[in-house]
Design a binder for this molecule. Structure first.
Ligand SMILES: Cc1cc2nc3c(=O)[nH]c(=O)nc-3n(C[C@H](O)[C@H](O)[C@H](O)COP(=O)(O)OP(=O)(O)OC[C@H]3O[C@@H](n4cnc5c(N)ncnc54)[C@H](O)[C@@H]3O)c2cc1C
Length: 403
């Protein structure tokens, strides 16, 4: 271990590294099963991908839109009902104070695609999942859309990812500290895994039965330190998202083309009193990831004009955000079908793939941990006095500007 003299010591059944959705969900679930848990987060809760997500609790439609009716839609569809129960305060965990920004999403077409899209959406595969909206039932942003622009409603909610993170954090009770595993990270022995953690200038030596790496894009470095060839285990898929300030009305939905990835997926929030659109979908994927910020802003202006021509978009203030999806590795480098869990010795690493899949990711982590930490001791993880707790991450539109 390092040369720090006499570090403070702490003990727990499970040390979780990373306070995004999956680290916090694992903490709540493992504590519920009687494990004592310490969680360390290097910056702010949700500051990786979770608060930067679009907050859509997918039921699988996104994959059907891309003509991709694989395992992901089924696992998401199963989980979807449970999410609705949790948001309504029924079922575990109680997420009733999570802010639901929109209970449904819309799908809309550009006028030129309307007739093709109508046939496609009426197909047996789609029609049970979408409902065409009459003009007067459309959300405000679509009321002045010209005839020929089809608008359908989809039973998938969008939540405020910050409030979700905040609430999942409140579902656990063990210590959460601002800290990172030191460079000479994890040492395994018969007694457990010993991890030196740097917390606000102090080094703490944590003895845990098991270590869960839930650090998103940070998992790769931590795994490399214990000799894992991460090119076989995990991957990053970059995105170049767009943030638009000054919109007249919120939008929650996908601008769709038959059997293709949505052209744009827009969710919305408030910055002060201003409506902010957060824009992903095809525009944020390659080749958008190769564009400079200015090129991406230009491309987004053209897409907004094409997708929402009836709205005043020319004077929106645009910015971009580069962020990668950290996932388990798939052979071809595409999106994994579900959560990915990797374990070696006392270390378990997890990538949920989607916010919406965090619950099943945590169940899989629990299944890996149970044989390693066979005799949990609830309440063993004491708060370490004087160590700061991480704040909650800011909304994504307050993150530092990027080039
Ligand atoms: C732009 C974007 C939009 C998305 N939209 C959706 C959506 O609408 N719906 C959906 O279901 N999914 C969505 N996703 C996917 C979803 O956000 C992720 O699958 C999920 O948030 C991953 O959660 P996580 O906890 O694994 O990682 P993260 O949220 O990245 O959390 C990891 C945490 O670990 C911390 N950390 C890193 N290294 C260390 C270290 N060494 N020590 C301590 N802490 C560390 C980080 O600071 C961070 O807080 C989106 C993803 C992106 C990028």
């Amino acid at each position: 271990m390092s040369g720090h003299a006499d570090p403070r010591r702490a003990e727990c059944d499970v040390l979780i590294v990373g306070g995004g959705i999956v680290g916090l969900w694992c903490r709540a679930l493992l504590e519920r099963q009687g494990f004592s848990v310490i969680l360390v987060e290097k910056e702010a809760l949700g500051s990786g991908q979770s608060v930067a997500s679009q907050g859509i609790l997918h039921a699988g439609l996104k994959y059907l839109l891309a003509g991709d009716d694989d395992g992901a839609p089924r696992s998401l569809a199963d989980e979807h009902g449970r999410w609705l129960e949790r948001l309504a305060g029924r079922g575990w965990p109680d997420l009733s104070t999570t802010r639901v920004l929109s209970e449904k999403l819309v799908m809309w077409t550009t006028p030129s695609l309307a007739s093709r899209a109508t046939g496609w959406l009426a197909s047996p595969m789609m029609r049970s999942r979408v409902r065409r909206l009459d003009d007067n039932a459309r959300p405000e942003a679509f009321r002045s859309a010209p005839r020929g622009v089809g608008v359908w409603e989809v039973d998938e909610p969008a939540v405020d990812a910050r409030s979700l993170i905040e609430q999942v954090a409140m579902c656990g009770h063990g210590p959460i500290h601002l800290g990172v595993p030191a460079a000479d990270a994890i040492h395994e022995s018969k007694e457990g895994a010993e991890v030196d953690v740097d917390c606000a200038g102090e080094r703490i030596r944590v003895l845990a039965q098991c270590v869960v790496l839930a650090a998103g894009g940070g998992n790769a470095v931590l795994l490399q330190r214990i000799g894992v060839n991460t090119s076989e285990v995990c991957q990053d898929r970059p995105l170049h998202m767009v943030i638009a300030r000054g919109a007249d009305a919120p939008v929650f939905g996908h601008c769709v083309r038959p059997s293709m990835k949505p052209r744009m997926t827009i969710t919305s929030g408030l910055d002060g009193g201003d409506v902010v659109w957060y824009i992903g979908g095809a525009i944020a994927e390659p080749p958008g990831t190769d564009r400079t910020r200015d090129e991406q802003i230009q491309a987004a202006r053209e897409e907004l004009d094409a997708c929402l021509p009836w709205l005043r978009t020319a004077d929106l203030e645009l910015d971009t955000l580069r962020i990668s999806r950290a996932e388990g590795r798939t052979g071809a480098g595409g999106r994994p079908e579900g959560p990915v869990v990797y374990s070696r010795g006392r270390v378990v690493a997890v990538w949920p793939t989607k916010l919406a899949m965090a619950p099943s990711a945590a169940e899989q982590v629990l299944a890996r941990i149970a044989p390693i930490a066979a005799n949990p001791v609830p309440g063993r993880a004491d708060e370490m006095e004087g160590l700061p707790a991480p704040p909650l991450a800011d909304p994504v539109w307050r993150w530092s500007p990027q080039t």
